[in-house]
Design a protein around this ligand. Structure first.
Ligand code: BES
Ligand code: ZN
Ligand code: ZN
Length: 517
């Protein structure tokens, strides 16, 4: 049936009422417009519009150019114009920086893409502040980066507040590059899923709630299987290190196992992702100080980012097999909790002296890494908010990567240059191994013998004791767990980093025919 219906919506305006005519099939709501503009190379001369900016300027008979005369708009700075065109009551112009920005090999990222993400995020937030429900976005020559800026920039955890920020739906302005735009939306939604899970309070995201949330996200994919393994299964697997942490809490542990079969053959050897899933880390008997302890609701950031990356890989239909493993539990002090000096036995038979119950992440990961080897993986990549020392070393600039494989490193690094969510290689020297194997009661101690020195490196050396695969990478994401204002296109809060890098990495691996080289 040909659409003849015209639906009239009454949309409340701040002060007046307007009637918006909506033609079904052509979704249109009152829309803002975000356009980029380059700063001229020599800080002078005429404004340099993007293609979309040029086209819009022609549409308004050169009025935009007139309005923008004077010094060029600096990177990230905005000007806003109302009433320029009837379809767009408000237009935000935002500075993109220099026109030909590309890969910056001091910064290890693509500066052009980063500029677009940041500029679009700022522009979209201005539209949101005006309570305009839709925003059309200039692709700025890279629709994927523009979509990422829009979707990441608008995200906020609103779930539990009565007063919420208005929902703004970003759309591509124009019709070119719609595939790249959609890809950017999917990547950014993946990161937003991780942000959501990390930001949510620990009484909302318990181990079982985490698993159910991910299962629900994957329900519609016929090539995905999700297993929510209970405590009894964990016990039959002899995951004694993981169980020793979990037993300190009244909340039962879960071992989440995801199989995404996107490869040409279901038996192609998979990429295995492993994520630390401590839904709250109080420190246990080695209790953390109370100030800032609430941030430890995000100590499942490893599980959140790897599971979100798999949800995204499924949405993109990436042609490879991925298995996701997430040991999920709380680290709490109780009569049943680990005590400093206790010795526990991991799945591979190695014994561990728990010298500090706050170094719990490596205990969960030890067992999960052993289990990962059952799948004959082409690579194992684990992510974990593992050490405060990682934050001390690099802050929020980059995820620390400890890997025994330069092949894996290259793929991770190249992926991160594109996403702007950077990685930095860290050492796995024998030097650190000795500091965890020199232990009075057991094969290993869960802390380095020189206590704080090289804390991120001794934690990585500990994990290595549970790895025999020749392509393994440990990503310590403690430093990038949250954002204050360092990443301009993320609001303050839990960051969901490096989800997009993991997705881009998986996409690259799916194009690499060398399975194990
Ligand atoms: N979850 C923490 C690490 C962490 C700290 C993540 C800050 C994000 C921000 C981890 O379980 C921990 O407490 N590690 C200890 C290890 C130490 C006892 C050897 C640490 O880093 O202090
Ligand atoms: Zn801890
Ligand atoms: Zn922890």
């Amino acid at each position: 049936m040909i659409i003849t219906l015209v639906i009239l919506y009454l949309i409340p305006f701040p002060r007046s009422k307007v009637v918006v005519v909506v033609y079904p099939g052509l979704p249109k709501c009152r829309s803002g417009l975000v356009l980029g503009i380059y700063s001229s190379e020599k800080d002078e001369g005429a404004a340099q519009f993007t293609r979309a900016g040029d086209a819009f300027d022609r549409l308004v008979s050169g009025k935009l150019r007139e309005l923008l005369c004077g010094p060029p708009l600096k990177k990230g700075k905005t000007r806003i114009f109302h009433g320029l065109h009837q379809d767009f009551p408000s237009v935000v112009i935002v500075g993109l920086g220099k026109k030909n920005a590309g890969v910056n090999d001091q910064e290890n990222w693509n500066e052009g893409k980063e500029n677009i993400r940041a500029a679009v995020a700022v522009g979209c937030r201005q539209i949101q502040d005006l309570e305009i429900p839709c925003v059309e976005v200039d692709p700025c020559g890279d629709a994927q980066a523009a979509a990422e800026g829009a979707v990441l920039g608008l995200h906020e955890y609103n779930e539990l507040k009565q007063k919420k920020k208005p929902v703004v739906t970003p759309q591509l302005h124009g019709s070119a590059e719609s595939e790249a735009w959609q890809k950017g939306v999917t990547y950014a939604e993946g990161q937003n899923l991780a942000r959501y899970l990390m930001e949510a309070p620990a009484n909302y995201i318990t181990p079982i709630k985490f698993a159910e949330h991910i299962e629900q996200k994957l329900r519609s994919f016929s090539n995905v299987k999700v297993h929510i393994r209970p405590e009894s299964w964990i016990a039959t697997q002899e995951m004694g290190a993981f169980l020793s942490v979990a037993k300190g809490s009244a909340e039962p542990p879960i071992f989440l196992e995801i199989h995404y079969l996107g490869g040409a053959n279901t038996n192609d050897s998979p990429l295995v992702f492993v994520g630390k899933g401590v839904t709250f880390d109080s420190g246990g008997i080695s209790l953390k100080p109370s100030s800032g302890m609430d941030a430890m609701r995000a100590d499942m950031g490893g599980a959140a980012t790897v599971c979100s990356a798999i949800v995204t890989a499924a949405a993109l239909n990436l042609p490879l097999n991925i298995i996701g493993l997430a040991p999920l539990c709380e680290n709490m002090p109780s009569g049943k909790a680990n005590k400093p000096g206790d010795v526990v036995r991991a799945k591979n038979g190695k014994t561990i002296q728990v010298d500090n119950t706050d170094a719990e992440g490596r205990l969960l990961l030890a067992d999960a890494l052993c289990y990962a080897h059952n799948f004959k993986p082409r690579a194992i990549v684990n992510a974990a908010t593992l050490t405060g020392a990682m934050d001390v070393a690099l802050g929020s600039a980059a995820t620390g990567v400890f890997t025994n494989s330069s092949w894996l490193w290259t793929h991770l690094y190249e992926a991160s240059v594109l996403t702007g969510d950077r990685v930095w290689r860290m050492p796995l020297f024998e030097h650190y191994k000795k500091q965890v194997t020199d232990c009075p009661l057991a094969d290993l101690s869960n802390i380095g013998k020189y206590s704080r020195a090289g804390g991120a490196c001794t934690a990585a050396a500990f994990l290595k004791e549970f790895v025999t695969a020749s392509h393994w990478a440990h990503l310590d994401i403690a430093g990038v767990m949250s954002n204050k204002d360092e990443v301009p296109y993320l609001r303050k809060g839990m960051a969901g980093r490096p989800t997009r890098t993991l997705v881009e990495f998986a996409a690259r691996l799916s194009q690499d025919s060398h399975n194990t080289k």
